[in-house]
Design a protein around this ligand. Structure first.
Ligand code: SAM
Length: 355
């Protein structure tokens, strides 16, 4: 009898404590991104990346120019979550070293995600989250507009600092995504002599594609304020400013990466019709890089897809991630007759769309 009561009490404690723990994780969850952002701003991932041996708290604090006690606490948290690691320096002392995670947080690493962390944790990107429920309850202003008075593209055009941070964040993601595309799907670029990247940002994606496929002449097409800030020294890539709803420059194929998920079906259909006009009707194609939700319910990227979907709701409001059925409807309405989908090691897939 005594054991039964103990068991019941333990069970009760379990059901009470576990949900509370879960909610505490929601309440304090922001600590993760806030401390990763702090570490990037202090340059800690770069300092550790450039060292062969562990660095002591005293040396790290002196190199950064900050207090040892606060640094110790920040590092203790980030070590717990495996962003950094501790290794022995001597029999009695430990020092900090890099990890595979901290490498992704360096400012200039090839696959660095630091600019994305800085963008998503910026006050401008956090403010619209506060407007979500009011919009859902019928407030006419979309979350981003309620926070900033303009939609994200207009706000970007009016704020060069935000535009730079947005383009840098997108370039970060483009470096990771294009290498996944090239790794398992480079054949999609075979036989093309010209390729236009619609909404190509600062041209990072196209520069990487042309580097890997030097037979291609690339046209990076984006809004005028975006291409005016793009690096000019990009071999084999020409920048062109314009509006994809008006026209798309002609090429053998059109590349649209993470563009359609920013828009509702009506706009996607309009963009794809412009893309169809830009390619040869007999042998042209549109290469779409975007998520296909539900491609496999057990998919490791499922949670990420759902998070991206909510992010689209916050930042563009009309944008969304789509499942196969939703994609098929858009393709059909835009006048395309067939498509193929290849999954790559990323949330996004490669969709080839034919007139
Ligand atoms: C989410 S970003 C994607 C950038 C890039 N494709 C990538 O994956 O890194 C969307 C891009 O669409 C561009 N864009 C928005 N409206 C546009 C329009 N009407 N015409 C051309 N580009 C547009 C934005 O300036 C931005 O660079």
């Amino acid at each position: 009898m005594g054991t039964e009561i103990k068991k019941e009490k333990a069970l009760l404690k379990d059901t009470e404590v576990k949900p509370q723990e879960e909610i505490w994780n929601y309440i304090l969850g922001f600590t993760h991104i806030a401390l990763v952002k702090c570490a990037i701003e202090l340059g800690i991932p770069d300092i550790l990346e450039n060292r062969e041996s562990p660095i002591t708290l005293v040396d790290l604090a002196s190199e950064i120019g900050c207090s040892q006690s606060s640094l110790h606490r920040v590092m203790r948290f980030l070590i717990h979550y495996k962003v950094f690691q501790e290794k022995p320096i001597s029999e009695t002392s430990l020092g900090y070293v890099k990890t595979p995670l901290s490498r992704l947080l360096t400012r200039h690493g090839n696959h660095s995600m630091a600019d994305l962390v800085l963008l998503t944790s910026s006050p401008a990107m956090l403010a619209p989250w506060d407007k979500l429920s009011a919009w859902m309850l019928g407030n006419k202003e979309l979350p981003f507009e309620a926070a900033h008075g303009k939609d994200i593209w207009e706000y970007s055009a009016a704020n060069p600092g935000f535009s730079k941070s947005f383009n840098d964040g997108m370039a970060c993601e483009a470096r990771i995504l294009v290498s996944a595309v090239l790794e398992s799907c480079s054949q999609v670029f075979e036989g093309l002599t010209t390729l236009v990247d619609v909404g190509g940002g600062d041209g990072t994606a196209l520069r990487l594609i042309v580097e890997a496929c030097p037979w291609i002449k690339g046209i990076n097409f984006d809004l005028p304020h975006v291409v005016s800030m793009a690096p000019t020294s990009t071999n084999g890539v020409e920048h062109l400013g314009g509006d994809m709803f008006d026209h798309v420059p002609k090429a053998d194929a059109v590349y649209v990466m993470k563009i359609l998920h920013n828009w509702a079906d009506k706009e996607c259909i309009a963009i794809l019709r412009r893309c169809r006009e830009a390619i040869p009707q007999n042998k042209g194609k549109v290469i779409i890089i975007d998520a296909v939700l539900g491609r496999d319910e057990e998919n490791e990227f499922k949670g990420l897809g759902l998070m991206f979907d909510i992010n689209m709701m916050i930042y563009t409001s009309i944008g969304k991630e789509r499942n196969l059925e939703e994609w098929s409807y858009v393709f059909h309405e835009a006048g395309f007759t067939r498509y193929t989908i290849k999954h790559i090691q990323a949330l996004q897939s490669v969709i080839e769309l034919y007139p």
